[in-house]
Design a protein around this ligand. Structure first.
Ligand code: BGC
Length: 486
């Protein structure tokens, strides 16, 4: 999909509303704007939390060693299966690594229903095993002579104890299956696969941020950071073993390891994040209140909901869809807009991309999806402005995390780095990348041409290909331990 540059209404300045509307909007803009000084404060705290998490267990930034050691060469080869669970869909991918940074994929996608997301873990694992089985049959691999190796991208906080072992710390992003927290997701899945006679060995367990780093590195060896900016948010980066003070995993085959930061939980204590009343409302009514506060201010699952809360507040104050406007009852009491999570982040994308003078597309989106008819241009501008401030804050906060990593790793402008990013927000949300760069320019003043030295890039399919690469790395590490690879 082509990214559309929005012809944005400037983030400040009147939109042609009543004095009350203008005043209120100005207040909202102020609440959501992070000044450069404050952004610096957030970044500094992010860095000190990184160090705390590297030195001690049980910190807010969990900084989980991924057991993926060393770097890729781009020459890795072989057929691997990958499984990607963690967003809206479950994907099974057959990845053929061809070397020279090239690969081919074939995949199938199935929806994970809310019932599966919140039911017993055994049901979810059985469903996954069925999807893998169907995929193998379709691809003519069900009677393969050898057991295929599978990399499992399980995009939740897991405390790893080996490359294919770990314990689930907690659920995020609307998942809440019973019988999973404190257990090993690999064992639970392997159990279902065995019970259903699916000939697969789960060889690697990988977080999507780690997988994204790997998949980007396969093509761009100068990658040291991977990020997810989609339904949820997280980051992974390559750390020196000597800086992982809490490491008790014994000898490693390399002096570097990828860290799964689990940065969605950053500042759960709320020391520094500018949490607004609208964020609090989203948090309180979520499946995991008081957890993942940074993620709730950054990611696709929540931005629409934050925006909806601002709009509802304006409606309740009769500053939006007031009694003097057409279809008052229908709009102000819209059952659609009253629905939890009804205003999707994808609507924000479309609205932000709407550059027409009377915001025709915005009106269409609101009509089609939320049954809001006869929205006038001022109302549309208000809605667009709210989307802009919520979206801009998200991108600036994501930028603070990237800058924190770059500064922590002391990546100089001469050295530079590639940053692989996967996720719908980064891929589709207009201006998200430009806004991240705005924050980077503030926080990395040494990087005079920051676009050239901190090279953000879409790592499409990052988590799928990354899981296959992790399975490959697992095999290599195994051979290195046995002394068969130098
Ligand atoms: C999870 C992370 C994951 C991120 C992006 C968060 O909710 O805790 O493990 O990487 O979402 O999918």
């Amino acid at each position: 999909m082509v990214r559309i540059a929005p012809k944005a209404i400037p983030l400040s300045g009147p939109i042609g509303g009543t004095p009350e509307q203008e005043d209120y909007l100005e207040k909202v803009v102020k609440e959501f704007t992070i000044t450069p000084n404050y952004l610096e404060k957030i970044c500094a705290r992010f860095m000190s939390e990184m160090t705390k998490g590297l030195d001690n267990e049980g910190q807010t930034l969990a900084m989980i060693p991924s057991y993926v050691e060393g770097r890729l060469t781009g020459q890795e080869k072989g057929h691997f299966l990958a499984l990607d669970l963690g967003g809206t869909n479950l994907r099974v991918v057959l990845v053929t690594l061809e070397g020279d940074g090239k690969y081919k994929t074939k995949s199938s996608k199935s929806r994970v229903t809310d019932e599966l997301k919140t039911g017993p873990m055994r049901d979810l694992c059985d469903y996954i095993a069925d999807c893998v089985d169907e995929f193998l049959i379709e691809e003519g691999l069900s009677n393969a002579e050898t057991t295929l190796f599978l990399g499992y991208t399980f995009s939740f906080p897991v405390l790893q104890s080996r490359i294919n072992r770990g314990l689930l710390k907690s659920w995020t992003k609307g998942f809440n299956c019973s019988g999973a927290v404190g257990k090993d997701p690999v064992m639970l899945l392997q159990d279902s696969l065995l019970r259903k006679n699916v000939p697969i060995k789960v060889a690697a367990l990988v977080n999507d941020a780690v997988g994204t780093l790997l998949s980007n590195a396969y093509q761009k060896p100068e990658t040291s950071v991977g990020l997810i900016l989609g339904t949820g948010s997280n980051g992974g980066y390559i750390e020196k073993m000597e800086r992982i003070g809490k490491w008790k995993g014994g000898e490693t085959t390399s002096d570097e390891m990828i860290i799964n930061m689990e940065f969605g939980a950053f500042d759960n204590e709320r020391v520094v994040l500018p949490v607004t009343q609208y964020d609090n409302k989203v948090d309180r009514l979520s499946i995991n209140p008081h957890c993942q506060i940074y993620e709730k201010m950054i990611s696709g699952m929540y931005l629409g909901e934050v925006t909806r809360n601002v709009l509802l507040d304006m409606i309740d104050r009769e500053l939006l869809f007031g009694p003097d406007n057409g279809n008052y009852d229908l709009k102000a009491f819209s059952t659609e807009l009253s629905g939890h999570y009804a205003f999707e982040t994808s609507h924000m994308s479309t609205i932000e991309a709407d550059g027409s003078p009377d915001l025709t597309r915005t009106k269409e989106v609101l009509d089609l999806n939320l049954n809001l008819r006869d929205i006038n241009t001022v109302e549309s501008k208000i809605i667009k402005r709210v989307c802009e401030v919520v979206g801009t804050r998200a991108a600036h906060l994501a930028g603070a995390a990237i800058a924190g990593i770059v500064r922590h790793c002391e990546i100089s402008p001469e050295e530079g780095t590639d940053v692989g990013i996967d996720g719908s927000l980064y891929e589709f949300y207009p201006s998200f990348e430009d806004r991240i760069y705005e924050a980077l320019a503030i926080l990395l003043p040494d990087h005079k041409d920051v676009r050239k030295t901190v090279r953000l890039g879409l790592a499409k399919d990052g988590s799928g290909v990354g899981a296959a690469l992790t399975a490959c790395v697992a095999a290599q590490m195994e051979s290195r331990k046995k002394g068969t690879i130098a």
